[in-house]
Design a protein around this ligand. Structure first.
Ligand SMILES: NC(=O)c1ccc[n+]([C@@H]2O[C@H](COP(=O)([O-])OP(=O)(O)OC[C@H]3O[C@@H](n4cnc5c(N)ncnc54)[C@H](OP(=O)(O)O)[C@@H]3O)[C@@H](O)[C@H]2O)c1
Length: 261
C-alpha cells in the first residue's frame, strides 16, 4: 500500500464505484463520496479488503456548501490526495418545457458547479505539489446538442470544454486533467434520468460501467486530455464533425426519441 489517496465522487454506484475498485486493486487509498452513506459503508468494507485505507463521506454535492464541507473534511485528514475523480452526475429525459426545474437546477449544480469547485481546489493543491490527476466524467453527449436531454448535454459540453481549458493551462505543471467521455453505459443513470424508453437505450446492448472505468483509468494514467470510450462512439463523433449542425441536431433528436418497440 502506498500513502496516496484518490477521491471518487459518485462512488456509490456505476462508473464511480468501478473507478474506486480499480484504485483499491492498485493499493491506492480512497475517499468515497456520494449521498448514500449506508451504500458507501458497504463498498468501503469491500474495498478495504484490498489492504487500502477507505474513508467514507456522505454529501449532497448539488449543494455548494456541502461541496466546500467535503473539501474541508478531506483537508483536515492531512492525507496526500493524488487523484480526483469527479464522477457524480445525473441526467433528465423529457421535453424542456415539461421537465422539472428543481431537478435541472440540481443537475447544473452537481454536474457543473461541484465539479468546477473541486477541480479548482485540487488543481491548486496538485500544482503546488507538482503532480496529480483529475478525471472529469463528461460524456459523448458533450459533443452535440441533445434534444430531449437538452440541459444534460449542455452540462457535459461544459465539462468537456472546461476540462480541456484547464488541462491546457496546466500543461508542464505535472497536473493532468482528463475529460472522460463514455457513451450510454449500464448503470443507474438511465433509471435516474427516466431515459429507459429512449431509442438510444431501449433494446441496445450497452457496455458495462467496469469496462468504461477501466478505459478511463488507463487514459488517466497515460495523461490523456480527452478520451472517448468505444470505437463505435469515436467513429460516430468523427462523422458528426463533418456534418452541418442542423443535421446533427435533427439526428440527435431522432436518436433520443421514444422507442416504439
Ligand atoms: N451511464 C451512462 O450512460 C453515462 C454516459 C456518459 C456519462 N455518464 C456520466 O457518468 C457519471 C457517473 O454516472 P453513472 O453512469 O455511473 O450513473 P449512476 O450509477 O447513477 O451513478 C451516479 C453517482 O452519482 C452520485 N450522485 C448523484 N447525485 C448526487 C449528489 N447530489 N451528490 C453526490 N453524489 C451524487 C450517485 O450516488 P448517490 O445517489 O448515493 O448520491 C452515484 O454514485 C455521471 O457524471 C454521468 O453523467 C454516464
Amino acid at each position: 500500500m502506498n500513502d496516496s489517496y484518490a477521491i471518487v465522487t459518485g462512488a456509490s454506484s456505476g462508473i464511480g464505484l468501478e473507478f474506486a475498485r480499480l484504485f483499491a486493486a492498485d493499493g491506492i487509498n480512497l475517499v468515497l463520496v456520494a449521498r448514500d452513506k449506508a451504500g458507501l459503508d458497504i463498498i468501503g468494507k469491500e474495498l478495504a479488503a484490498h489492504g487500502v485505507l477507505v474513508t467514507v463521506y456522505a454529501a449532497d454535492l448539488s449543494d455548494i456548501e456541502q461541496v466546500k464541507a467535503t473539501h474541508a473534511f478531506i483537508s483536515e485528514q492531512k492525507i496526500k490526495v493524488q487523484y480526483l475523480i469527479n464522477c457524480a452526475g445525473f441526467g433528465n429525459y423529457g421535453e424542456f418545457i415539461k421537465t422539472s426545474w428543481a431537478k435541472e437546477q440540481s443537475m447544473i449544480q452537481l454536474n457543473i458547479t461541484a465539479l468546477t469547485y473541486l477541480t479548482k481546489v485540487y488543481a491548486q493543491e496538485f500544482s503546488k505539489a507538482g503532480s496529480g490527476h483529475i478525471v472529469n466524467v463528461a460524456s459523448t453527449a458533450a459533443f452535440l446538442p441533445g434534444p430531449l436531454m437538452a440541459v444534460y448535454y449542455a452540462t457535459k459540453a461544459y465539462v468537456l470544454h472546461f476540462s480541456e481549458g484547464v488541462a491546457t493551462e496546466l500543461k508542464g505543471s505535472g497536473v493532468k486533467v482528463l475529460a472522460l467521455c463514455p457513451g450510454p453505459t449500464v448503470s443507474k443513470f438511465q433509471e435516474v434520468a427516466a431515459q429507459t424508453e429512449s431509442k438510444l437505450i431501449k433494446g441496445r446492448k450497452l457496455p458495462g460501467s467496469a469496462e468504461v472505468a477501466k478505459f478511463g483509468y488507463k487514459a488517466m494514467m497515460q495523461g490523456r486530455v480527452v478520451a472517448v470510450h468505444g470505437a463505435g462512439n469515436r467513429r460516430n463523433l468523427h462523422v458528426l464533425k463533418l456534418l452541418p449542425r442542423h443535421i446533427v441536431r435533427t439526428m440527435s433528436y431522432r436518436a433520443q426519441s421514444r422507442s416504439q418497440q
